[in-house]
Design a protein around this ligand. Structure first.
Ligand code: SAM
Length: 358
């Protein structure tokens, strides 16, 4: 057994490694060790979730954003980004289409857009939950005050996705302008948990200036924070962003990180992300075979999909498109998985929520 295999087994047993151990594993894993991690992650996922793949219908609410994250195509400072906002009717149309297709989770994601104040969002959430009471509603609308999170939760939203992006303070500052701080992000994540949301966090793999120690810190943070959902995907450059000349993150490293996350957080709901599907035509399938168990096809109105361009060539057709769900089902079946019509909640959410509020 190689040293890295031993570290992977140790991770499976202890659910954490030291920063040095994570960094050395990430720096030196071989293709054989990648398949060892994938196989262990696959066994763990199978034991908890069988061969089920959960689907979430992604509704991209707004491409206006008050933030200026240097990696992002819709950041405030990009004068060429195409801006749009969906209204209540647009969103309800997406939900109806998604419901008919078999989606039982809707994810409303968007830039940090003050147009959607708490009153507007509460109304939107209330109407969606009244029309689709058996569906889960996930929000991904960035950092907001604790009081706002409370109102959105009380209106009926179930889950919230907010990637921490990087757990290394210095790296965070290289990816964000002054005023966007890691401490604010971490505070928001804590508030979201305290409010009662099932919380998702995550990071980009291969983002500019990232090294193995940054990724090690991400892993240690995930181990401490115990999110119900973890979204990771390769960084992909946007031609109008500050990082236009950087390369996309590596597919192999993304798959390895996915497997390590599954081994460390066996119950987590982990998407095979669109960015993984964008940099590799078989990224979705490879992600699932590395321990992921969620896919989030795009349910946004066709007319706006091109405008929510976080990075170049962002995929929104074929298996990335909600209306082509049959293609996704077939591709998952080919690798031995079944796309299910299910809310797909975290199996331990109530126990965790109780322990967190103690
Ligand atoms: N505003 C919300 C937030 O910040 O959480 C949600 C929208 S934000 C655009 C969603 C995610 O897109 C970010 O968390 C980031 O990790 C990812 N993203 C943005 N630009 C990206 C890029 N160039 N490559 C890969 N992922 C990117």
């Amino acid at each position: 057994m190689t040293r890295n295999e031993m570290l992977i087994r140790k991770l499976s047993r202890d659910k954490v490694l030291s920063l040095e151990e994570f960094a050395s594993l990430i720096d030196s894993f071989t293709p054989y060790e990648l398949s060892y991690a994938q196989s262990l992650a696959g066994d763990i996922r199978e034991e908890i979730y069988g061969n089920k793949v959960y689907i979430r219908g992604l509704i991209e609410l707004s491409s206006y954003c008050a933030c200026d994250c240097l990696y992002c195509g819709i950041r405030r400072g990009n004068p060429n980004a195409k801006r749009y906002r969906l209204n209540m009717d647009d969103v309800l149309e997406c939900c109806e289409k998604g419901y008919q297709l078999g989606f039982r989770t809707f994810v409303m994601q968007g830039g940090e857009d003050a147009f959607y104040d708490d009153d507007k969002l509460v109304e939107l959430i209330t109407v969606i939950k009244r029309k689709y009471p058996e569906c889960a509603l996930t929000l991904s609308l960035g950092e907001r005050p604790a009081e706002s999170y409370r109102r959105l939760y009380e209106a009926g939203a179930d889950r919230y996705l907010l990637r921490h992006e990087t757990a290394d303070e210095e790296h965070y500052r290289k990816l964000h302008p002054k005023g966007e701080e890691l401490s604010g992000r971490m505070e928001s994540l804590r508030k979201l948990k305290e409010t009662g949301f099932q919380v998702g966090t995550g990071f980009m793999v291969g983002s500019p200036h990232q090294d193995s120690l940054c990724l090690a810190k991400d892993m240690v943070f995930l181990s401490d924070f115990k999110p119900e959902m973890v979204g990771i995907g390769p960084f992909v450059p946007h031609h109008e962003s500050v990082f236009r000349d950087f390369q996309s993150g590596s597919v192999e490293l993304t798959l390895f990180m996915l497997s390590l996350i599954r081994i460390m957080l066996p119950y987590a709901l982990i998407p095979a992300t669109t960015s993984l599907g964008t940099v590799d035509g078989l990224g979705r399938e490879k992600g699932i075979c590395s321990g992921a168990n969620v896919v989030m096809p795009n349910l946004s109105p066709l007319a706006v999909r091109k405008k929510y361009m976080l990075y170049d060539n962002k995929a929104f057709t074929g298996t990335e498109a909600a209306e082509s769900l049959s293609l996704l089902r077939a591709s998952m079946e080919r690798i031995g998985f079944e796309v299910v019509t299910d809310r797909g909640d975290h199996p331990l959410k109530e126990i965790w929520q109780m322990s967190y509020s103690k």
